[in-house]
Design a binder for this molecule. Structure first.
Ligand code: ZN
Length: 300
């Protein structure tokens, strides 16, 4: 643990991870939210996912959304893909930053995609090669890195060995997903210790959910490890897939509000971001779980 970073890169995941876990909204509303976010100064946005429309109806219009969205210079846009077919669609749509998910827990992986973690890793190896062949970048997201709703604790050594595998296969970045909000500062330290002991250089990104109120504490812990890349979702958009009504993604404006007060730059205009959170709230038609959205910044 060392000095805190002076700059952090936030990837806004509201348009994809957020809206995918809310009731479906019209294409036009998705485009409006994307455009608003593109003008907040955020450097990265997870825009869409190219999944089978029957599996996830919320993302059935990914091609239309992406085609209609403003591509603001300086913003990097990414897409989540479930497999090579999805990667093909994303590449054909012009995206060059792709993300693919595998679960650290075998049971969770089987429940999601009916395959073992090992089988998914073999598919991902081929997918990375395909993305690289099209001059794209591929990030591997390891979900349930901090615990699994079915298996309980996941050994940090297991997470670290999955990182080794995907780095060997050419992953450009590795993200750790706290899919079910099971991370705590202790678990974050354990995973980062285990991974950094074996992989000193691979770029790491952390994706926290605030299901049990620990997301900002987890981010502070990871900052002390020098991690500079985080996912967050405007307004806290996107619930928890395993606990209906519970909070999911950490709210971007809560993260930005804390970081700016600590003197850590994000490039984001907090007021513009809060406006985008208001828009997100209006689009989904319900109150979102963001404290900074409700209360405003400590000094406005
Ligand atoms: Zn999430």
């Amino acid at each position: 643990m060392g000095e805190l970073p002076t700059r952090v890169s936030i990837r806004e995941v509201g348009p994809r991870d957020g809206l995918q876990n809310e009731d479906p909204v019209p294409t036009e509303a998705k485009v409006r939210l994307l455009n608003a976010l593109s003008h907040t100064g955020v450097s990265r946005i997870e825009a869409v996912s190219f999944v089978h429309p029957k599996a996830i109806p919320q993302m059935a219009d990914a091609d239309e959304v992406w085609a209609a969205a403003e591509k603001v210079p300086g913003v990097r846009y990414s897409a989540l893909v479930p497999n090579s077919r999805g990667a093909q669609r994303a590449l054909e749509a012009g995206l060059r930053e792709l993300e693919v998910v595998v679960s650290a827990s075998d049971t969770h992986n089987r429940r999601n995609v009916n395959r073992s973690t090992e089988e998914s890793l073999n598919d991902i190896s081929a997918l990375i090669a395909m993305v690289h062949g099209a001059d794209g970048e591929c990030e591997v997201i390891i979900s349930t890195s901090f615990g699994c709703p079915f298996e309980g604790d996941v050994a940090p050594a297991r997470v670290a060995s999955i990182v080794d595998r995907v780095v060997t296969d050419g992953a450009d970045r590795v993200a750790f997903g706290d899919t079910t909000g099971m991370a705590t500062p202790r678990r974050v330290s354990d995973v980062l210790d285990a991974v950094r002991a074996r992989q000193a250089d691979v770029p790491l990104l952390l994706h926290f959910h605030n299901t049990r109120g620990t997301a900002l504490a987890n981010i502070l812990t990871a900052l002390r490890f020098g991690i500079t890349e985080y996912d967050a979702s405007v307004g806290g958009l996107g619930g928890c897939p395993y606990a209906p009504g519970a909070t999911g993604n950490v709210a971007t404006e809560e993260v930005v509000h804390m970081l700016h007060d600590m003197g850590i730059d994000t490039g984001i205009d907090l007021e513009a971001l809060i406006d985008a959170a208001r828009l997100a709230q209006q689009i989904v038609g319900k109150e979102l779980p963001s404290g900074v959205l409700r209360a405003g910044p400590r000094i406005s």
